[in-house]
Design a protein around this ligand. Structure first.
Ligand code: TMP
Length: 206
């Protein structure tokens, strides 16, 4: 089963994943966590280019293509082989981030972006995608206050990040059978408990 976590900046995905992995392993599942962009040596190198604050002149099309290059590598090198042997793959972001950020955020043609994403993933779609939803300004503030990694993407305008969030909510409407939305503006433990519940429900259905 392929599970992805999505959300605007500061929504807390990254802090939740290790606990979810531990929980599932205790229950006897074989779980492989990964993240995007990254998760392979090549993809991590591309991540550094994408997130380096020095690269402020990067064009949205360059950005879009680099995310797809990083993705094609992790899909082939990690995700497909793990799924093929029956493991659960949990990814901190996947192609919905491209639709949200490069599509809705940069206001590029959504059909073109979707076609690129399909090429990069070879059509591999998650079985379950969880949106940790949060007000954009609250999320960006969390990132600055907690001294989390502040990267080139965070530095885009608040309006950009608002379009990203609206994009996510639009995607949830369009493909509601794949998505579950969790309000991330609650206590960490409450979010963690909801995540566990949603994932166990997904696993028992699959
Ligand atoms: P994060 O690891 O802190 O979530 O940072 C990843 C950043 O990259 C975040 O700002 C979202 C952005 N991103 C895209 O814009 N498009 C993508 O396809 C992916 C995977 C991430």
């Amino acid at each position: 089963m392929f599970i992805t976590l999505e959300g605007p900046e500061g929504s807390g995905k990254t802090s939740h994943i290790p606990y979810l992995v531990e929980y599932l392993r205790e229950k006897g599942y074989t779980v492989f966590p990964t993240r995007e962009p990254g998760g392979t040596s090549i993809s991590e190198q591309i991540r550094d280019i994408l997130h380096d604050l020095k690269n402020a002149e990067m064009h949205p099309r360059t950005e879009t293509l680099l995310y797809q290059a990083a993705r094609a590598q992790i899909v082939e090198q990690v995700i497909k082989p793990r799924l093929a042997v029956g493991e659960i793959v949990i990814s901190d972001r996947y192609y919905d981030s491209t639709i949200a950020y490069q599509g809705y955020g940069h206001q590029q043609d959504l059909n073109q972006v979707r076609a690129l994403v399909k090429y990069a993933t070879d059509g591999l779609t998650p079985d379950l995608t969880i949106l940790l939803d949060l007000d954009v300004e609250v999320g960006l503030k969390r990132k600055t206050q907690n001294e989390l990694e502040w990267n080139r993407m965070d530095a885009y305008t608040v309006e950009f990040h608002q379009r990203v969030r609206r994009g996510y909510l639009e995607m949830v409407k369009q493909e509601s059978q794949r998505w579950v939305v969790i309000n991330s503006d609650q206590k960490w433990d409450e979010v963690q408990a909801e995540l566990k519940k949603v994932i166990i429900t997904g696993l028992t259905k699959s």
